[in-house]
Design a protein around this ligand. Structure first.
Ligand SMILES: [Zn+2]
Length: 434
């Protein structure tokens, strides 16, 4: 599989470190001069741009959290005049004001280059016909992938998200070979196809580029099986650019990170100190070439590990493990730490369970109550009562062995749990609304 930009993607790691340092130094100088927020926090911590003499000196810099980006709404973090900004996107803030990000012409060019790398790594070529079923609009997902895939030379169908019947019609009539969307939407498309009697595996569809929400290996296998494709994972967030931060190659052994444009750190989420190489921690990202919206040490809250060993594909860029969990989606139930991804892993491994589930946490009196609703195959649902009871017992025991808690398992009919064309809602924590 060809590498989009071998000069950088396969560059010598020593040369890469030098390039990163040079770019880090100019980024720190850039924000110090142009963003009052950074001038203030750097002055307060007594750090000047000239103090950055090695890559390790990045630790002298303060972290940037979502709050800082919200407090400076809408344009307070921009490092250039609006006149130089040619595009603005915003994050889907579920509460309060969104985070607004801007791009210069140069930023858009970089972004397109990086999403072109991601698309190529997944195996997209000019021969492909790509159906982009991501949300367009203010969300970065649709537009970011769109231009990168065009740059590769593939034919893009900007379908947008939703209207699944139409997506399937396009897939059949337009001869789609690549699907871009969230993993949960890919499964939903498969489900609608199965219901409508469309044999998706007989279509030319061969590769999927999935991102926008955490998902595990079990989910990947399910997608590959039901759609008959190679499913690759890619990662990005609008605060540092959008999609294009990292993506998998055909070996699916972690997401190659575009280290020439971003500096990555993994830290202990509690102490902020670096973890040992290969250990899990929170991913911190400093974009190194952004003009309009540069941020220092952005706290992603995403948990991952980094692997710098050489990949079979020939890229030297380090790889991050698929993001399965976030520091802020951990549930504390009866004093036990539980990640929704742990529950998902148990469920997808059990035959007969559909990959649609809902975790409901509530408080009954002083006790936390955990309920897991799962969709099961028609056969199981219509089974005799005794078999259903045994099935619930099996799921309850498997969950207990992994999370150490008794969950109330409720089987629901296929199609009951809400489907979305974007990020799936997996958890309802009723304790927060009391
Ligand atoms: Zn690789």
């Amino acid at each position: 599989m060809p590498i989009w930009n071998p000069e950088y993607e396969s560059m010598d790691r020593e040369a890469l470190a030098k390039l990163q340092l040079r770019r880090l130094q100019s980024t720190v100088a850039w924000v110090y001069e142009r963003v009052p927020y950074y001038k203030e926090v750097l002055d307060a911590s007594g750090v000047k741009p000239k103090d950055i003499r090695s890559l390790a000196d990045v630790r002298l810099l303060p972290f940037t959290d979502k709050t800082a980006l919200r407090d400076t709404y809408p344009y307070g973090m921009f490092a250039v005049d609006l006149e130089q900004v040619v595009r603005v996107h915003s994050s889907s803030g579920t509460t309060g004001k969104p985070i607004v990000v801007g791009y210069t012409k140069g930023d858009l060019n970089t972004w397109t280059e990086l999403t072109a790398r991601i698309a190529s790594a997944a195996g997209v070529t000019s021969k492909d016909r790509v159906q982009l079923a991501f949300l367009y609009g203010m969300f970065t997902g649709g537009w970011g992938m769109h231009y990168g895939i065009e740059r590769v030379g593939a034919t893009v169908f900007p379908a947008g998200s939703g209207n699944t019947e139409r997506q399937l019609l396009m897939m059949q009539d337009f001869g789609t070979t690549v699907l871009v969307c969230t993993p949960s939407y890919a499964l939903y498309i498969a489900e609608v196809a199965e219901k409508s009697g469309i044999d998706i595996k007989s279509l030319p569809l061969r590769v999927g580029l999935f991102g926008g929400e955490p998902s595990g290996e079990g989910m990947r296998e399910e997608i590959e099986k039901r759609l008959g494709i190679l499913a690759t994972d890619n990662y990005g967030l609008s605060e540092v650019m959008g999609p294009g931060v990292s993506g998998e190659c055909e070996y699916q052994c972690g997401l190659h990170m575009n280290e020439d444009h971003f500096l990555f750190e993994v830290v202990d989420p509690q102490t902020g100190e670096p973890v040992l190489e290969g250990e899990e921690g929170e991913l911190i990202i400093t974009p190194l070439t952004k003009e309009a919206f540069p941020v220092l040490r952005y706290r992603t809250h995403d948990l991952t590990t980094i692997d710098t060993t050489v990949c079979e594909c020939g890229r030297t860029m380090a790889r991050m493990r698929k993001v399965r969990a976030r520091t802020d989606d951990m549930l504390i139930i009866r004093g036990v730490n539980v990640f929704p991804s742990q529950i998902e892993d148990v469920l997808v491994a059990i035959e007969g369970i559909e990959p649609h589930y809902l975790i409901i946490v509530d408080r009954k009196g002083s006790m936390d109550d955990l309920e897991v609703q799962i969709e099961v195959a028609e056969e199981i649902f219509s089974d005799v009562m005794a078999d259903m009871v045994a099935f619930i017992k099996l799921v309850t025991e498997r969950l207990f062995s992994v999370i150490g808690l008794h969950a109330k398992v409720r089987l629901v009919e296929p199609g009951t749990i809400e489907r979305t064309a974007g990020k799936a809602r997996r958890v309802i924590d009723k304790r927060q609304t009391d």
